[in-house]
Design a protein around this ligand. Structure first.
Ligand code: BG6
Length: 513
């Protein structure tokens, strides 16, 4: 189908400019095919906060497929339209446009039923084929499982029973959200349950960090520029710090978070993915297979540094003050037992057993209710070793910082001479803010949903990546079992004291929060 045919068939959702309906990939333009998106759990939290607003924003920028339909599958469909509209008003990136919403809702239908109700899947199949017939579509479906992982297998089996997992004409894709298990064994079981029903190439695992523009820029910075790669190794890099600090707590999330904790929630996935992008070798092409191959290699060479009692830390926030306001500790949050052993802060040290990285520690930390919100990767270079005693004394460690959020950008810390007499060196920073150079980037979910619709799996971790990541952190999770309540830290602080000790032991310090 040509671009103009696409626009004719769906003018409002597909926009009207020459660029709409097309995606530029390298030198070739691809036209996105007609498709139907089915969201299981459409009235759930993730769908309301991220998915529906992202679909609205895609509609607004004319990036939805031609003849797009959205079918929601939900147990409780009462007032669905109102709930989704409110979600768009509250969470979409762009302002609410009633006319656009009206057009979009004409494309939204609902199938009501529970995930284990076989008849509901038959109704879904009938609804999908009615939409295909009405619009002359070939039957391209994306099944988005915005449901707890315990329901993944049930939904996949339900789809298989009515034959929705395969098609002679159209394509089928399934999207799953983390957590992909709670350890290696459960993750393998989950992978098996999905692959029993869908071929591996049809499974898209969402890690929304990979949809963030600054994260994708790691590869651009490393490989599109000549000056970094020669230094990107253990001869020139002293250590790497990966920090994901959040100021929010886990209010309202007990059902998911208690028993999961910070390491499973974000280190196993988001932060090890950042590590893989920072440390991987150059891919032979910027495509899904080549990038996955390199990420898998680096994750399979990643291992925890020990002894774990000295190279890791875990903490739980207690009541404190944030932005001048008192906030409760985890034990006071609704739904958490007062003696919960769930960690809200986790830090660990890993190494990568390759010639490039041998001997370079990677320090990773994350926490809730910390002093401020920041996600960044800081690469600290070794200070110069040659020169006179005087220049050695004045030498600084250069630090290259990828600021993922907020204030996404890149900064390089160097030493410069302070004006005046003598050679007094002062650290200064060279910086680039993405927002001052580029137009606002799409939200991660916009980018990722669009990629699924056009069949580009580059930004989605493969099963092997997920499993290698569990292999990295499983020994730490086992080490923590039976360790009782994690170390307390006050909300609004930089985390537990032992996290500082962990770096101090190596003669280094965390970057200030
Ligand atoms: C999610 C975690 O994956 O990422 C949350 O489950 C966390 O606990 C969130 O708050 C952070 O995402 P972002 O995009 O705000 O950094």
């Amino acid at each position: 189908m040509t671009v103009s045919e696409v626009q004719e068939r769906n003018p409002l959702l597909c926009g009207s400019s020459g660029r709409i309906g097309e995606v530029l990939i390298g030198e070739t333009r691809q036209v996105i095919e007609p498709a139907t998106l089915v969201i299981f759990g459409i009235t759930g939290d993730l769908s309301r906060k991220k998915l529906i607003p992202a679909i609205y924003d895609l509609a607004r920028s004319g990036q939805l497929p031609p003849d797009f339909d959205l079918v929601g599958f939900a147990r409780d469909g009462a007032n669905a339209e109102t709930r989704l509209r409110e979600a768009v008003i509250a969470h979409a990136r762009t302002p609410f446009d009633p006319a656009l919403w009206e057009t979009l809702t004409e494309r939204i239908t609902l199938v009501q039923g529970s995930f284990d109700d076989v008849d509901a899947y038959a109704r879904l199949a009938a609804q999908l084929s009615a939409l295909d017939n009405r619009r002359g579509k070939p039957g391209n479906y994306v099944f988005y499982l915005s449901v707890p992982p315990s329901a993944f297998a049930t939904v996949c089996d339900g789809l298989a029973v009515v034959g929705l997992n395969r098609s002679a004409l159209g394509w089928r894709r399934v999207v799953v959200e983390k957590p992909f298990g709670h350890d290696l064994a459960s993750s393998q079981a989950l992978g098996f349950a999905l692959e029993r029903v869908f071929p591996p190439t049809s499974i898209y695992r969402i890690d929304h960090y990979l949809g963030k523009e600054t994260v994708q820029n790691i590869l651009a910075l490393r490989f599109a520029n000549g000056m970094f790669e020669p230094l990107w190794n253990n001869r020139h890099i002293d250590h790497v710090q990966i920090t994901m600090a959040e100021s929010v707590g886990v209010t309202g999330r007990a059902g998911y978070y208690d028993g999961v904790g910070a390491a499973r929630d974000v280190i196993q996935n988001h932060l090890l993915q950042l590590l893989a992008l920072i440390a991987m070798e150059e891919p032979v092409a910027f495509d899904a297979d080549s990038i996955a191959t390199e990420k898998i290699k680096v994750l399979s060479a990643t291992e925890l540094h020990g002894p774990l009692s000295e190279t890791s830390a875990r903490g739980q926030y207690t009541a404190g003050v944030q932005n001048g306001l008192p906030v409760p500790g985890l034990a006071e949050e609704a739904g958490f037992p007062t003696d919960s052993v769930t960690e809200t802060f986790a830090a660990l040290t890993v190494g990568i057993a390759t010639r490039r990285w041998a001997g370079v520690p990677f320090f990773i930390r994350t926490g809730k209710r910390l002093a401020r919100r920041t996600t960044e990767i800081a690469v600290t270079f070794t200070p110069p070793v040659h020169g006179s005693a005087a220049t050695r004394a004045a030498a600084v460690s250069n630090v290259l910082v990828f600021r993922v959020q907020p204030d996404d950008g890149i900064e390089l810390h160097i030493g410069a001479k302070r004006p005046g007499e003598g050679m007094h060196i002062q650290p200064v920073s060279l910086g680039m803010d993405f927002r001052s150079v580029f137009d606002p980037a799409p939200e991660a979910y916009e980018r990722l949903i669009h990629d699924v619709l056009r069949g580009d799996a580059t930004l989605f971790p493969r099963r092997e990546e997920v499993e290698w990541s569990w292999r990295v952190i499983d020994p730490l999770l086992e080490h923590w079992v039976g360790g009782g309540r994690p170390e307390a830290y006050s909300a609004g602080s930089a985390g537990p004291v032992s996290a500082d000790g962990m770096l101090a032991r190596t003669g280094r310090a965390w970057r200030a929060l």
